[in-house]
Design a protein around this ligand. Structure first.
Ligand code: PLP
Length: 362
């Protein structure tokens, strides 16, 4: 078996140590005589797993007690509807910042439920930067402001937390969750699909301030009602048991590494290798404005679509997989989430140098 460096944007790499633990437990968990996949979610063994997962996440992310942690299903895309259904409940107004495809999808979904405005957008520069906002950008009576903190497709990230004053800030953190410390208290709600940086596909994390729940619209489906989910301690119905278990292993892995401060250092070190190389040459172009660069998803192009194609296919043959950019933007994208080893990024840069030397532009 030959493991490759997998630069997929999601589902994406999991830490080897996590995969090995999961493999060890796959057939028989502890002395339960069964796999976690076969186990009742109401069993004492599983109860401990989900409680430990929540406790570990609270610890590594430093989540205050007045926030609920929910392990849900439906992907981040389901939250595009759940957020307005639960939170757009005072003035039926919400403000969205458009910084890419996912935030635009979230905005369009929310428009079904109320007066929803795009207060800023970087679409005119092909989402190559994070739109600038000030407190005055937002309607004072908006029920919340929604942002996408890291834009997976374009490779941009907020380098600061927008100042929304008293208006709760909601952030889609699908592709940057647990990559570095964040001040949870600055957010009313954080959500993330797990398959980018946390667990296998099938789990969605919601971290929500208590005072924001309990006022969902009357017609909110039960499965999207944060209050019911919180009261049921993420067990209103069967939770994604296996994914939560793997998430727990990932949280343990981060804790053992030294927590999110250490994780951040490692991620910065990886991103720096790639960006330093990109900035030192003129064969590849990195389209993202420097202050908006993502540490998780790094985009670049050769400027020639045939060369881009050749790059992705030759890289794949060399064991550097899934470097083709998103179908809507082309070029290349290297997703270098927590689990991507430093050596993988070094191998990518070496390949980039070799490819540039072998394929001069006409
Ligand atoms: C992948 C992704 C989504 C979509 O997630 P699903 O779990 O597939 O619904 C939403 N937002 C961001 C930032 C993403 O990276």
């Amino acid at each position: 078996m030959n493991r490759v460096y997998n630069f997929s944007a999601g589902p994406s790499m999991l830490p080897m140590a996590v995969l090995e633990s999961a493999q060890k437990d796959l057939i028989c968990y502890g002395d339960s005589g069964m796999s976690i996949m076969e186990m009742s979610h109401r069993s004492p063994e599983y109860d401990k797993i989900i409680k430990d997962a929540e406790a570990l996440l609270r610890e590594i992310m430093n989540i205050p007690d007045n926030y609920k942690v929910l392990f849900l299903q439906g992907g981040a895309s389901t939250q595009f509807a759940a957020v307005p259904l639960n939170l757009m409940n005072k003035n039926n107004k919400a403000d969205y910042i458009l910084s890419g495809q996912f935030s635009t999808k979230a905005y369009k979904e929310a428009q079904k439920y109320g007066d929803v405005v795009a207060v800023a957008s970087s679409k005119d520069v092909n989402f190559s930067e994070i739109p600038a906002t000030t407190r005055d950008s937002f309607r004072p009576d908006a029920d919340y402001v929604h942002i996408c903190f890291n834009n997976t497709i374009y490779g941009t990230k907020y380098s600061y937390i927008p100042d929304t004053g008293d208006i709760p800030l909601v952030a889609d953190m699908s592709s940057c969750i647990i990559s570095e410390p964040v001040d949870v208290t600055k957010f009313g709600l954080i959500y993330a699909g797990a398959q980018k940086n946390m667990a296998p596909a099938g789990l969605t994390l919601v971290i929500v301030r208590e005072d924001l729940i309990g006022n969902a619209r009357e017609d909110t489906p039960a499965m999207l009602d944060y209050k019911l989910m919180a009261e049921g301690e993420s067990m209103y119905n069967t939770p994604p048991c296996w994914c939560i278990y793997v998430a727990k292993l990932v949280y343990e892995w981060i804790k053992e590494l030294g927590g999110l401060e250490e994780m951040k250092k490692l991620n910065e070190k990886k991103a720096k290798v790639l960006y330093d190389y990109l900035d030192s040459q003129d064969y590849y172009i990195a389209p993202v404005k420097k202050e908006s660069r993502s540490m998780m998803n790094v985009t670049f192009v050769t400027g020639n679509t045939d060369l881009d194609k050749k790059f992705a296919s030759e890289a794949s043959a060399a064991g550097l997989k899934n470097l083709k950019g998103h179908r809507s933007v082309g070029g290349m994208r290297a997703s270098i989430y927590n689990a991507m080893p430093y050596e993988g990024v070094v191998a990518l840069v070496e390949f980039m140098k070799k490819f540039a030397a072998e394929n001069p532009k006409a």
